[in-house]
Design a protein around this ligand. Structure first.
Ligand code: BG6
Length: 502
């Protein structure tokens, strides 16, 4: 095992310091990093938000949040360590020039109090509509200028743009005032252990790559299902919808890692070049394709785990006649030598039967039936299932002889379970990403061209969906596997979704 190296001494500035992400994910992730020896002593956090409060008040509040979200195993000394390193300043991001002057002065003080060089990274946990403006102000106040070997970086939460045109505009704006290597477009799926393991599984073993192509693979299925509804995020979600929220980011990350060629090294650009090639190879949809190769849905009332669940249109802050999709399924084609003719089916939705994220690599049937008692359509097909969450592991599905005097085949699984093998590890998924930003490794972050290629693929779908509002919404009950049209999408190709994967 490689020994961890502590991150560079630095100050993390969080815009959106009182938001949900900060308390649920960012502070617990920093806590776990410190616990495991990845943070240096010369480290501090500066929270920035609208409300007024002192640094002491904010530090006390975040110390409580760390205790809440880390739970019983929390180490009191470590929480105190953090408390001494947490600062706060409040003001209006839009109007207040004073706020950025305050940030600058405070950063100088924090740097000198904790002997931290001027290495700063700014985490924009704010609505995407503020990205451009906050970046401009950071730069205008000289906060992004790298001098004397110190670094300055900016992390953007998703979504980066809401279609191709807005993503291009945002990229062009931030690239005028920052260098690409200062920009970290985050996608928290890349922080998940099992997502990172896709690369290790494929390229750290020699037995999978030879069959990982159109000669052996029949199709690939990716499911990212959630049983939760829109929760308290209707304001954002009703404007976004399932496609924007999940597909060009999380699901496309899963596709690129599953489909990419081996990179020449694990350097950021070598990996991202290969991912970008997959995105470039994704066929764009014609309006006709959108009608035949995509499905959208919105949940009606239903029941999940025995509890009643309301319809999307009855959720808090959702307009009563909302046309927003809470489910999206698509058939995608990757036009390259490895994948020509192999469909990639993807689906995602809220209020589905249960939460699970899986990638199914479905292999072709054996070419010929040797066994008299097993008709060809009953022959087992092989599949590799990468379980991303909540259970993390890998399953290989194959056929075996059922014991007895005649040759009959049965389906069996060979399973690898992360927790059984390596023990439970508690993490938020943000640890690796924050740490990588602090050591300047952008491998797991999206590059400008990747973001734009992703929007290129989904924007035509959004255009058609906007132009033709769905007439059948709501079209799936909460607690089901989504609209029946999504089943038809595969059935017309003689295939079906694998819903019974545990
Ligand atoms: C977020 C989406 O990016 O990912 C949410 O905005 C979604 O709508 C969430 O619920 C899912 O993340 P995870 O890690 O729970 O699969």
């Amino acid at each position: 095992m490689t020994e961890p190296r502590r991150s560079d001494p630095c100050v993390m500035v969080i815009f959106g310091a009182t938001g949900d992400l900060t308390k649920r994910k960012l502070f617990p992730a920093l806590y776990y990093l410190a616990r495991d020896g990845y943070l240096p002593d010369n480290f501090a956090v500066l929270g920035v938000s609208r409300g007024e409060m002192s640094s002491e008040q904010y530090a006390a509040r975040m110390a409580d949040e760390i205790r809440t979200f880390v739970g019983d195993a929390v180490d009191g000394d470590l929480v105190d360590w953090f408390r001494k390193r947490i600062y706060y300043t409040g003001g209006d991001f839009n109007a207040d020039k004073q706020l950025f002057d305050d940030i600058k002065i405070l950063l100088e003080r924090i740097s000198s109090d904790h002997a931290i060089p001027s290495n700063y990274f700014f985490y924009l946990a704010v609505p995407p509509s503020l990205f451009a403006d906050v970046t401009t102000k950071i730069c205008r106040h000289g906060l992004a200028e790298e001098t004397d070997g110190d670094w300055r970086r900016v992390i953007y939460e998703k979504p980066f743009g809401r279609d191709l045109a807005s993503a291009k505009e945002l990229n062009s704006h931030v690239l005028k005032i920052l260098k690409e290597d200062q920009i970290y477009r985050i996608d928290h799926y890349l922080g998940k252990e099992t997502v990172q393991n896709i690369l290790v599984f494929r390229f750290g073993n020699s037995i999978f790559e030879p069959i990982w192509n159109r000669n052996f693979v029949d199709h690939v299925q990716i499911t990212v299902s959630e049983n939760l509804g829109v929760e308290d995020r209707a304001g954002y979600y009703d404007r976004a919808g399932a496609l924007r929220d999940m597909v060009p980011n999380h699901i496309f990350q899963l596709i690129t890692l599953t489909a990419m060629e081996p990179p020449v090294s694990f350097k950021a650009d070598a990996v991202r070049d290969e991912q970008a090639k997959i995105l470039q190879a994704m066929q764009e949809y014609s309006p006709e394709d959108v009608l035949h190769k995509t499905v959208r849905g919105q949940y009606a009332a239903g029941s999940i785990d025995g509890k009643d669940a309301p319809a999307y249109r009855d959720e808090e802050d959702v307009p009563a006649a909302s046309e927003t999709e809470t489910y999206a399924a698509m058939k995608l084609a990757i036009d390259n030598w490895r994948w020509a003719g192999v469909p990639f089916y993807v689906r995602t939705g809220k209020r589905l039967e249960r939460k699970h994220t899986t990638i199914v690599i479905q292999f072709k049937r054996a070419p010929f039936v040797l066994f008299r008692n097993t008709p060809v359509e009953k022959l087992t097909t092989n599949r590799i299932v990468l379980h991303i969450q909540p259970d993390e592991g890998i399953t290989l599905h194959f056929g075996a002889k059922i014991p007895g005097p005649v040759v009959n085949m049965g389906d069996v699984d060979m399973e690898f379970d992360y927790a059984d093998h390596f023990g439970e590890t508690v993490s938020t998924g943000y640890e690796r990403l924050l740490y990588d930003c602090m050591i300047g490794d952008a491998t797991l972050f999206q590059r400008a061209d990747m973001v734009e290629e992703s929007w290129r693929v989904v924007s035509p779908v959004l255009d058609v969906w906007d132009a033709l509002p769905a007439r059948d919404f709501p079209n799936y009950p909460a607690g089901s596997w989504g609209p029946s049209e999504a089943d038809d999408l595969l059935e017309k190709d003689g295939r079906s979704w694998k819903n019974d994967i545990e």
